[in-house]
Write a protein that binds this ligand. Structure first.
Ligand code: FAQ
Length: 329
């Protein structure tokens, strides 16, 4: 079995401790690992990295859409967008809670985000320039997020897999609302259709980048798949996303901005042009179009909230002092 062939924490199976072997066997039997149970340090660290980055993506991911709430074209659209952005806050919170079960505090995770030590999804470093971008974000970005997250419902860590079940239900609505905006725009006036096409042109490749580097450059995939922290490779999910999305673009009467896109009968999927990986790594290094703005907004929100955190701490201390005074009487 694949999992048994791959190394655990850089050691071959022969070098694994009895605990590591027993742990890997539990993973191979598809048992869920729960917070208080023994786990290899590498498994815990990998989960903190992935769940923490996922949580940060949800929170930073509120910004490009939050930007459009006041400018949504109708009251109904405003309500829907507001609800979607609130859902993303909720997803971030479930995920921070799941990460906390691994022994890391939320403050530490946020500190690591703000210092640039932890990442969030590259996609949120691109601007949302028109209302059609709200359609394209829902359709493509939530679409890519679901493609990645549906398999993660079966991930080996219990709290993460359970968070994913709820999140995926909500993400499906998000994807549908995005596609509904695209349908309206693509079937609207020529100017609206042009806006929809422009949004697709700008967000197509950044959406493909969401799945991570190509498999040959993915440093974590082999070990993460052995531990069932990841269920598929980056390229597998990217291919599935392209195969699902191209017919949806055709239905909209829009053109995917890839002249080499072609159905490949033999593989039963599309051949497509890979994203520009230099651009991807530049965005990861902080040099995307909106990196500074996005991180700046999160740091400002954290600093602006200092008075509230201080007040809550003072209140909790006062309450605790009162409780111990009553207990001492
Ligand atoms: C697939 C992958 C993202 C990456 O695979 P791995 O095995 O972990 O890594 P791999 O070895 O392949 O890569 C090497 C390095 O490259 C990093 N890197 C790679 N790709 C990216 C990237 N795109 N952006 C930034 N960094 C990326 C990676 O961290 C690693 O660097 P490190 O060593 O950490 O410094 C995986 O972590 C995963 O499935 N995560 C869970 C899903 C998740 O986080 N979803 C979030 C979006 S959903 C959402 O937000 C919903 C929403 C919708 C609309 C609006 C609002 C919200």
């Amino acid at each position: 079995m694949y999992a048994q062939l791959v190394k655990s924490e850089g050691t071959s199976r022969e070098e694994m401790s009895p605990e590591e072997i027993a742990f890997q066997e539990r993973i191979d039997r598809n048992e869920k690992i729960e917070p208080k149970e023994w786990m290899p340090e590498g498994y815990r660290k990998t989960l903190i990295r992935q769940i923490g980055q996922h949580a940060h993506s949800e929170i930073v991911g509120q910004l490009p859409e939050g930007n459009w709430i006041t400018r949504a074209p109708t009251l109904e659209r405003k309500q829907i967008l507001l609800a979607k952005v609130q859902d993303e806050a909720g997803h971030g919170l479930y995920l921070y809670c799941a990460a906390e079960t691994l022994g890391v505090s939320r403050d530490e995770l946020l500190e690591r985000l703000h210092s640039g030590d932890m990442k969030y999804s590259s996609i949120f470093n691109y601007p949302t320039l028109t209302w059609a971008d709200m359609g394209a974000v829902g359709w493509l970005v939530d679409g890519a997020a679901i493609m990645n997250q549906v398999p993660l419902q079966r991930t080996s860590y219990g709290p993460y897999s359970r968070a994913m079940i709820r999140i995926c239900k909500e993400e499906s609505f998000h994807q549908r609302q995005g596609y509904a905006i695209m349908m309206k725009m693509a079937n609207g006036t020529p100017a609206q259709k042009k806006m929809a096409q422009d949004a697709l042109n700008r967000l197509w490749y950044p959406s493909l980048m969401m799945f991570g580097p190509s498999d040959k450059d993915s440093v974590h995939s082999a070990q993460s798949m052995a531990w069932k922290i990841k269920m598929n490779t980056n390229d597998e999910l990217r291919q599935k996303f392209v195969d699902q999305t191209v017919p949806q673009a055709e239905y909209l009467g829009l053109t995917v901005p890839d002249p080499d896109l072609k159905w490949n009968e033999e593989k039963g999927g599309y051949d497509f042009t890979e994203p520009d990986w230099d651009e991807f790594y530049q965005v990861l290094k902080g040099n995307g179009p909106c990196n500074k703005e996005r991180l700046g907004a999160r740091v400002k929100a954290w600093e602006d909230g200092a008075w509230y955190r201080e007040a809550m701490t003072a209140h909790a201390k006062k309450k605790a002092a009162r409780r111990s005074a009553v207990a001492a009487e």
